[in-house]
Design a protein around this ligand. Structure first.
Ligand code: PRP
Ligand code: MG
Length: 213
């Protein structure tokens, strides 16, 4: 039986559509009912698993998927050990610290002792520790920008893309901790046969990216 390469893609959210689009542009068409968590490519040895963003690094580590399209920021937060085969040029964003608009801000030292709501604790702790700053983290999984308004935190750290969520919640971006985009990540457990399939896919992806420039 011919092996298939197993790719993880964000189940729902901002990367989902662009991820499927780049596969389509590579000539890999996926026939799926929207509700399925697993789908096959019709004309390429590839199987798609639709997963939650934050779970993908662990699936790669375990080798239950071979490759994944996900935000580099998620890898930095949860999978520093996982290799990136290709940056994909879409879903560009920043991971930033933000404060209520009226708050005076001079430097990152101002976060000392502050309560920060975030879904990216490792990224925040790593960043602040470079400056010797200790803050109190409050970990939440979504709607982070609401935290200062409801008295849950003094500040937030989250993804900023257009900036509209910050704006709507009366927050200002004060520190850009990192810049991120979608990447193709690879499991260290990928076998030789699937590595060959990956090489073919990468060749196509690189041609597509050249065409997009
Ligand atoms: C993401 C992210 C920010 C927002 C950034 O949230 O967590 O809140 O998008 O985008 P913007 O700068 O263009 O406004 P999402 O809408 O995916 O919801 P969630 O945080 O509840 O998961
Ligand atoms: Mg959000």
């Amino acid at each position: 039986m011919i092996k298939k390469i197993r790719i993880a893609i964000q189940k729902s959210g901002r990367l989902n559509e662009d991820s499927l689009q780049i596969l389509k542009d590579c000539g890999v068409s996926i026939d799926n009912g929207r509700d399925q968590l697993k789908a096959n490519a019709a004309n390429f040895p590839l199987e798609v698993f639709y997963l939650r963003n934050g779970d993908i690094p662990q699936y790669l580590r375990d080798g239950v998927v071979d490759i994944a399209i996900l935000g580099e920021n998620v890898l930095i937060e949860k999978g520093d050990d996982i290799a990136i085969a290709q940056k994909l040029g879409f879903s560009k964003c920043r991971v930033s610290l933000a404060l209520p608009k009226g708050t005076k801000y001079d430097s990152v030292k101002d976060f000392e002792g502050k309560k920060i709501a975030t879904s990216y604790p490792n990224t925040v702790l790593g960043y602040l520790s470079q400056f010797g700053v200790k803050a109190d983290l409050h970990i939440i999984n979504g709607s982070v920008e609401i935290a200062p308004n409801i008295g849950l935190a003094d500040a937030i750290c989250d993804i900023v893309s257009s900036g509209s969520t910050l704006f709507k919640n009366g927050l200002k971006e004060v520190e850009v901790m990192l810049k991120s985009e979608a990447v193709l990540a690879v499991s260290s457990k990928i076998d030789a046969e699937r590595q060959e399939i990956l090489d073919k896919l990468l060749f196509r992806i690189q041609s597509v990216l050249k065409g997009r420039d």
